[in-house]
Design a protein around this ligand. Structure first.
Ligand code: IDP
Ligand code: MG
Length: 136
């Protein structure tokens, strides 16, 4: 039985800055994801604060929001069967040091904060995050 889902992916500033966006997009496509919408943008810090509101009590919140708004990012809607979980698997662990071989963060991540990609962590958050960046 198919379970087609959409999830939100962000190629973060550290990866866009190193011109890795095309390579990372290829990794998604090679793993069965369809990029149904995408845009390269730079967001305001206030928008990053809204996007990462779930983390507002964390000690790294301020740095995290400064970082996400520090340069261009590529925001994408990815679609495939079980897209939410499969994207999390392809991304790898939050800390690239803990990420498995073959994952995006293992291959490209620089550190726990500059870990190259964001991905929605649940179907519910995927819908919220898609709506955040792609209203209409
Ligand atoms: P996730 O991106 O794997 O879902 P979250 O725990 O949701 O990880 O954290 C959101 C983002 O916050 C991470 O991708 C990373 O950029 C940053 N982050 C998480 N933990 C730390 C930390 O301990 N120090 C600095 N930044 C962190
Ligand atoms: Mg998360």
């Amino acid at each position: 039985m198919s379970n087609l889902e959409k999830t939100l992916s962000i190629i973060k500033p550290d990866a866009v800055e190193r011109n890795l966006d095309d390579e990372i997009k290829e990794m998604f496509k090679n793993n069965g994801f369809k990029i149904v919408n995408e845009k390269k943008i730079q967001i305001e810090k206030s928008e990053a604060e809204q996007f990462y509101k779930v983390h507002e009590t964390k000690p790294f919140y301020n740095e995290l929001c400064s970082y996400l708004s520090s340069g261009p990012i590529v925001v994408m809607i990815l679609e495939k069967d079980n897209a939410v979980l499969d994207n999390r698997k392809l991304m790898g662990a939050t800390n690239p040091k803990d990420a498995e071989i073959g994952t995006i963060r293992k291959k490209y991540g620089l550190s726990i904060d500059k870990n190259s990609v964001h991905g929605s962590d649940s179907l519910e958050n995927a819908a919220t995050e898609i709506n955040f960046f792609f209203k209409d």
